[in-house]
Design a protein. Structure first.
Length: 95
């Protein structure tokens, strides 16, 4: 079961790695456009500033806020297992 509010608005947590390239800036803009208020989303954005630990902290913050979905755009492939297990556990507990 999702935590959408009474109006059906879903809350999305998005952790971007940063804004170091035109691609990242365009990716962020695309996410912001897709998950806009007009499209019935509440987007919570976090800039990781090129540091994986910042993104992990942001994801944990999203878990605590009980967002409906978490999106992140990582640089590194490794190092996500623990926080993703935490997110999965939280989502299972919410069902």
């Amino acid at each position: 079961m999702l935590r959408s509010d009474s109006d059906g608005v879903l809350t999305i947590g998005f952790s971007q790695l940063g804004a170091e390239s035109d691609w990242r800036v365009a990716n962020t803009q695309s996410i912001e456009n897709a998950f806009s208020d007009n499209n019935r989303y509440n987007l919570i954005f976090s800039n990781g500033r090129q540091i994986q630990d910042n993104q992990i902290k942001a994801i944990r913050n999203f878990i605590q806020q009980q967002v409906d979905y978490i999106i992140f755009s990582p640089l590194e492939e490794d190092g996500w297992d623990t926080v993703l297990e935490e997110a999965n556990e939280q989502s299972v507990n919410r069902l």
